[in-house]
Write a protein that binds this ligand. Structure first.
Ligand SMILES: Nc1ncnc2c1ncn2[C@@H]1O[C@H](COP(=O)(O)OP(=O)(O)OP(=O)(O)O)[C@@H](O)[C@H]1O
Ligand SMILES: CC(C)(CO)[C@@H](O)C(=O)NCCC(=O)O
Ligand SMILES: [K+]
Length: 263
């Protein structure tokens, strides 16, 4: 048994594995340093506090009582959080060197590399992964596992938030709406929704088409906290693109499973 921990920009993503079987996933808030010190004392899974091992997972009773604390394999894009966790006796920090993708550059985010590796190893290369997280990223590799590259932009939530924070009179607007706003809007909330959502959808479409120009028929997978919303909007606006995207929220854990096999 082992735990997979991805430290994302907004929150922590956990996976509980038995060998190569991913039995549960859950998300928690980032933890304070004081809590990780408490975590270092935990000897069994049951000792873990509910902030880390929530009751809805514990109550599944997938873990026998007194199960010794399993190793935690950690992938992080937050150096400060990595520093807090790396002294934990059960934590093993994963690095880019452990991922067999070719042509990686030194500052590539490990979340991008792992998601791409997990996707490609499971469903085949060439592969493009769209991660609709705090940041929205595109990351692709060819048949030879050679990183073609990608792109990084502010994610859906961040676009709304920064617009409010960096202007004097723009309000916070809902990111979740039931139907698309009018393209040419006559009120502020809908003007913001129109601007962000239509440009984001056009951008995603354009990246997908460019990918299929390079690799016709190649797969594109989508993950991340905003994948559901974006896919819903895409279905309204570009249904033929939406129909070709494959949703897989657990790509990072698939990537970690591939890498941990060899640890
Ligand atoms: N329960 C939730 N808590 C936080 N964010 C959520 C939640 N549900 C959906 N989201 C959306 O998910 C986005 C963050 O995505 P995700 O949880 O994949 O982030 P992350 O992994 O921390 O970020 P990243 O991997 O980009 O660093 C936010 O824009 C937010 O709107
Ligand atoms: C782009 C993010 C923030 C997405 O989580 C992360 O992968 C990261 O910090 N990447 C480093 C820069 C890069 O991937 O080129
Ligand atoms: K991510």
């Amino acid at each position: 048994m082992w735990l997979a921990l991805e430290i994302g920009n907004s929150r922590l993503h956990w996976g509980l594995f038995t060998g190569t079987t991913l039995s549960h996933t859950w998300d928690t808030d980032h933890v304070a340093e004081s809590l990780t010190q408490q975590l270092c004392q935990c000897r069994t899974l049951d000792d873990l506090p509910p902030e880390i091992f929530p009751s809805h997972v514990r109550n599944q009773q997938i873990v026998p009582d007194q199960t010794p604390h399993p190793p935690i394999f950690l992938a992080s894009v937050l150096p400060q959080q990595t520093a807090i966790w790396q002294n934990h006796p059960h934590v093993r920090v994963l690095t880019l060197e452990q991922i067999p993708l070719l042509n990686m550059y030194p500052t590539l985010g490990i979340d991008r590399a792992l998601a791409l590796w997990g996707a490609g190893k499971s469903l085949g290369f060439p592969m493009l992964v769209i991660d609709a997280g705090t940041a929205l990223t595109f990351t692709g590799a060819d048949t030879n596992h050679y990183l073609i590259g990608g792109a990084i932009l502010p994610g859906l939530g961040l676009q709304f938030t920064t617009l409010r924070q960096k202007t004097g009179q723009l309000p916070q607007v809902q990111t979740e709406i039931t139907c698309l706003p009018p393209r040419f809007a006559l009120n502020t909330p809908e003007a913001i929704q129109s601007g962000i959502i239509y440009t984001l959808l056009a951008g995603i479409k354009d990246f997908c088409l460019s990918w299929w120009q390079l690799f016709p028929d190649a797969k594109i997978l989508i993950k991340g906290g905003d994948h559901g919303l974006l896919l819903k909007y895409l279905q309204f606006q570009f249904p033929e693109i939406a129909a070709r995207l494959i949703v897989q929220p657990n790509l990072i854990f698939w990537g970690m499973r591939e890498v941990v096999k060899f640890c």
